[in-house]
Design a binder for this molecule. Structure first.
Ligand code: SF4
Ligand code: SF4
Length: 444
């Protein structure tokens, strides 16, 4: 039985997919060694070239896009490691989003209750920060009242799925008290002001990683930036765009553009690679809406990752690991795919880590290859996500690092999961780069 309304999907693919991009692919295969799903399976259909061929064959009417087509599109991590490897500059990230948008419009693979939950979460929870905070409150209640202990002891989460049970174990402490509540909306620069930056606080970041957000603001202020946190900003829309919910992603982009325009900032800073990658592409996201083009471009060209702005624009800060014995603290870095392949900011985190006194930076083999987190991929495609993570942890463990540093919340949780499964919880920790730096900041 086909899982999609095949002919309708075929017609929508013809409308949505950029045919020029499909024909730009010259089938050279240079992207194959960069693709995690191809490396894991060795299957052409699980490679960028294979997926582009499938899309083109569907549009050309050479095959019917049925359940296998849908599965191959969903198996892609969206990591975009294939893009820098491509000599023809094929915009694969755009193609996969267009294909998923079409699939999302016609799939019958989701059960009715899944469709309802998806719509509820994507359209009624993520875009509204007050509802995200309520979620944080509920989660905190669960974590602090003993309910979590009962659930863990009885194995109740495991009844839903083994993956959910593993993820529940590594969930950080939630908060309903975000950075605006903690710090206000304007934080002055320390010393002479270099520029005014708008802080993109994220939706989940401000609920599960509030402390990282707070430390981001503090680092920016120390480096000479006045920080504005526009309170009306909302979720970046990345999860929506990667899941085929393009209309909702566009709505959120427009709201964020309005919020940061009002703040009139010189830069917009993100501390999450996944969010930063869509923020920097708002001009593309809204490319077919003429009246938003100029505004989206204004926004996109201001976006900087926290590491990059500290390295390139900020007053130099000093960081040091307190020496407890003769040995330097060994750290390694797991790239966020979107930070590396879309924002192209893989050098700045390494510059910062290499600059910390008494810290030895050890590069991990294939640090730039996806860890398997990829938004909600590790929930929707747990088998492939875990296979990728298993290989990642072999490389991470080979560095003998005491800290695996990351720059994206999803990667951070995935690394924690990896340590839980394959590492030594007492000897290795996963940490966001902002927390790692702030905790070693030498106050002037
Ligand atoms: S986005 Fe990542 S997983 Fe998808 S085809 Fe490209 S390299 Fe492979
Ligand atoms: S590297 Fe680019 S042109 Fe070559 S097969 Fe991959 S997507 Fe096509």
């Amino acid at each position: 039985m086909a899982s999609v309304s095949v002919s309708e999907l075929q017609e929508t693919l013809k409308i949505k997919l950029d045919y020029n991009q499909l024909t730009n692919c010259m089938r050279c295969g240079f992207c194959l060694p960069a693709c995690p799903t191809f490396k894991e399976t060795g299957l052409e259909a699980e490679s960028p070239r294979g997926r582009i061929s499938l899309m083109k064959a569907a549009v050309d009417g050479l095959m019917e896009p049925g359940i296998r087509f849908e599965d191959q599109m969903n198996h892609c991590l969206g990591c975009r490691a294939c893009e820098p490897a491509c000599p023809a500059d094929v915009k694969y990230g755009q193609l996969i989003e267009q294909a998923r948008e079409a699939i999302e419009m016609h799939t019958v693979q989701h059960r009715p209750w899944v469709k309802i939950v998806r719509k509820l979460v994507f359209n009624q929870v993520f875009p509204h920060q007050n509802r995200m905070k309520l979620l944080g409150k509920g989660l905190r209640f669960y974590q602090k009242t003993g309910l979590q202990t009962v659930v863990r002891k009885t194995g109740a989460v495991g009844l839903f799925s083994k993956q959910m049970s593993s993820m529940e174990r590594i969930l950080p402490e939630a908060s309903s008290n975000g950075i605006v509540e903690q710090l206000g909306t304007r934080i002055p620069a320390k010393g002479k002001k270099i520029a005014t930056v708008g802080m993109f606080r994220g939706c989940l970041m401000d609920v599960l990683f509030t402390e990282t957000n707070r430390k981001t603001v503090m680092l920016l202020a120390e480096a000479g930036f006045e920080v504005i946190i526009p309170p009306t900003q909302n979720c970046c829309g990345a999860l929506h765009a990667h899941s085929g919910e393009m209309d909702q992603a566009k709505l959120q982009a427009k709201n964020n553009i309005r919020a940061f325009e009002e703040a009139n900032v010189d830069y917009i800073v993100s501390n999450a690679g996944g969010c930063g990658a869509i923020l920097v592409e708002y001009d593309h996201l809204l490319h077919d809406e003429t009246e938003w083009q100029e505004r989206a471009t204004w926004f996109a060209k201001r976006v900087k990752d926290i590491s990059t702005i500290l390295v390139e624009k900020g007053r130099p800060l000093q960081f040091a690991e307190p020496v407890t014995d003769d040995k330097a603290l060994r750290v390694t870095f797991q790239d966020s795919c979107h930070l590396k392949n879309v924002i192209k900011a893989s050098n700045s985190p390494r510059t910062l880590l290499n600059g910390i006194a008494n810290v030895e930076f050890k590069e991990m083999k294939d640090a730039g290859s996806c860890c398997g987190s990829a938004g909600i991929y590790n929930v929707t495609q747990p088998a492939m996500a875990n296979q990728i993570l298993d290989h990642k942890m072999v490389n991470a463990n080979a560095t003998h690092a005491e800290y695996i540093v990351t720059s994206n919340p999803g990667c951070l949780l995935q690394m924690k999961l990896g340590i839980d499964k394959h590492g030594d919880n007492k000897a290795v920790q996963a940490v966001h780069i902002v927390d790692f730096l702030y905790d070693r900041l030498v106050k002037q």
